[in-house]
Design a protein around this ligand. Structure first.
Ligand SMILES: NC(=O)c1ccc[n+]([C@@H]2O[C@H](COP(=O)([O-])OP(=O)(O)OC[C@H]3O[C@@H](n4cnc5c(N)ncnc54)[C@H](O)[C@@H]3O)[C@@H](O)[C@H]2O)c1
Ligand SMILES: [Fe+2]
Length: 424
């Protein structure tokens, strides 16, 4: 039974920015969105943008509306906590009353963390985890230039702390930007490798939001940041899956294909809206230790893991995987065959955009697998959001299959039989 099929047993929850603008040219609205929130803006800008015409347009627009702007374009990859706290220190001197994030997921997450640090001080390790931010942060305007993270609408920022083996997340509804402006034209320059890894991550966000666990919230108590799959998030996630299924390959193959770029940009926004409340699950939990071991981009790890995770949930989540097959345009006669076809299609998409197929080709050694399982299980908010019981055995099966590249090991025999019949 899907969420949408039975409204008497389903629920809906979304937490979003006050305003979300999408469209070619929507960047012209950034200065007004900023001016509604403050008079002194700190603009955290991806280094690639600082020399572009888009950036000078933004500064001129702010000036025309009487908003004073200070710019910080020192965005260090992976966001080490010391660098983030240094950025908060620099920001204090400017005393901004609004923060703008303009760039990829790293620039947007840095903007969120600076807005947090300015409001509630440092060290930031007090806020690691869920719902630990004590109140509103400085108002944020988020403008993505990649199609992937959805950070422009989500309640989470990710950073690296040398005292922790894994990257850490700070998750709180207070981190949701007040305004998101998503202009696909800003993504045109992203190189194929960034388009592939961030686009793969957007597909994982949509599919994991759609296949997250369904548990009625305890409405009277403080809700977790991520409440699992629900009516409102599922509609958005399914539309994101449909669009990414038809445009991700094209966007990677030809970065100047504006139709594909626009579809990816919109889909990544929808996926962010969905997973920002529903949450993600096992591909993300497993990427944390894989990323720490291999220093590979987030989306490369989540995208590579997704087919293996879906194979493992197929026996218990056939219906929802069959709906994903419908969105991807590969539905077959039965739910089992459709679910299987969805996973095959996703595997092909990931391979066509050049993602590694298994953990071994990502640089993980066989000797590391037990540690990957152990560490994945520590990312509790993510493993608890899956429909699969979060046991070491279940994760071991997935991680071992992902190491050898044999997803079929995780496929139930009935589905394999069905598939060989259809292909014969
Ligand atoms: N907060 C969230 O909800 C969330 C979700 C998923 C991932 N993340 C985080 O986001 C980060 C990854 O973000 P990302 O994939 O957007 O990459 P990124 O922000 O790290 O950028 C990757 C590279 O692409 C460049 N770039 C960005 N936009 C460009 C453009 N339009 N043209 C040319 N170059 C461009 C950047 O300068 C950088 O060199 C990771 O740190 C991950 O942990 C956050
Ligand atoms: Fe992600």
């Amino acid at each position: 039974m899907t969420d949408i099929a039975d409204l008497t047993r389903s629920f809906g929850l979304l937490r979003l920015p006050d305003s979300i603008a999408f469209g070619d040219g929507s960047r012209a609205g950034i200065p007004a969105a900023v001016a509604r929130l403050g008079r002194r803006a700190l603009v955290i800008c991806d280094p690639f943008l600082a020399s572009t015409g888009y950036f000078s347009e933004l500064l001129e627009g702010l000036d025309a509306l009487g908003v004073a702007a200070t710019v910080d374009s020192h965005v260090v990859p992976e966001l080490p906590v010391a660098e983030v706290e240094a950025a908060i220190g620099r920001a204090r001197a400017a005393a901004p009353d609004v923060v703008v994030g303009f760039g990829g997921g790293s620039a947007l997450d840095l903007a969120k963390l600076v807005a947090l640090g300015l409001a509630h001080g440092t060290p930031l390790n007090r806020f690691y985890g869920e719902n630990l931010v004590p109140g509103p942060v400085l108002p944020l305007v988020a403008v993505p230039t990649t199609s992937g993270t959805g950070s422009e609408v989500t309640p989470v920022a990710v950073l690296a702390d040398p005292e922790r083996e894994l990257k850490v997340g700070i998750s709180s509804p207070y981190l949701i930007p007040r305004a998101a402006v998503v202009d696909p034209r800003l993504t045109l320059g992203a190189p194929p490798s960034v388009t592939a890894s961030s686009g793969a991550d957007a597909l994982v966000h949509a599919i994991e939001a759609y296949t997250a666990q369904r548990r009625q919230p305890e409405w009277a108590s403080q809700l977790p940041v991520f409440v699992g799959s629900n009516l409102l998030s599922s509609s958005l996630a399914l539309e994101a899956i449909r669009l990414i299924g038809r445009s991700l390959r094209r966007a990677v193959r030809d970065g100047s294909d504006f139709q594909a770029r626009a579809e990816m940009s919109y889909a990544s926004l929808l996926a962010g809206m969905a997973f920002g409340t529903a949450g993600t699950h096992l591909s993300h939990a497993i990427q944390y230790p894989v990323g720490a071991l291999t220093h590979t981009p987030h989306g490369l790890g989540t995208g590579m893991m997704l087919p293996y995770v879906l194979r493992a949930i197929l026996p218990t989540d056939t219906e929802r995987l069959a709906e994903i097959a419908g969105a991807l345009g590969v539905a077959r006669a039965s739910a089992e065959e459709s679910a299987d076809a969805a996973i095959s299609e996703i595997t092909e998409i990931m391979s066509d955009i050049g993602l590694p197929r298994d953990l071994a080709s990502m640089g993980v050694d066989e000797a590391d697998l037990d540690r990957v399982v152990e560490l994945s299980l520590t990312v509790r908010r993510l493993v608890a959001n899956s429909t699969l019981e979060p046991t070491a055995e279940n994760l071991q099966r997935i991680v071992h299959a992902a190491y050898t590249g044999m997803h079929r090991e995780l496929t139930p025999s009935a589905a394999i039989a069905n598939e060989s019949e259809t292909r014969a």
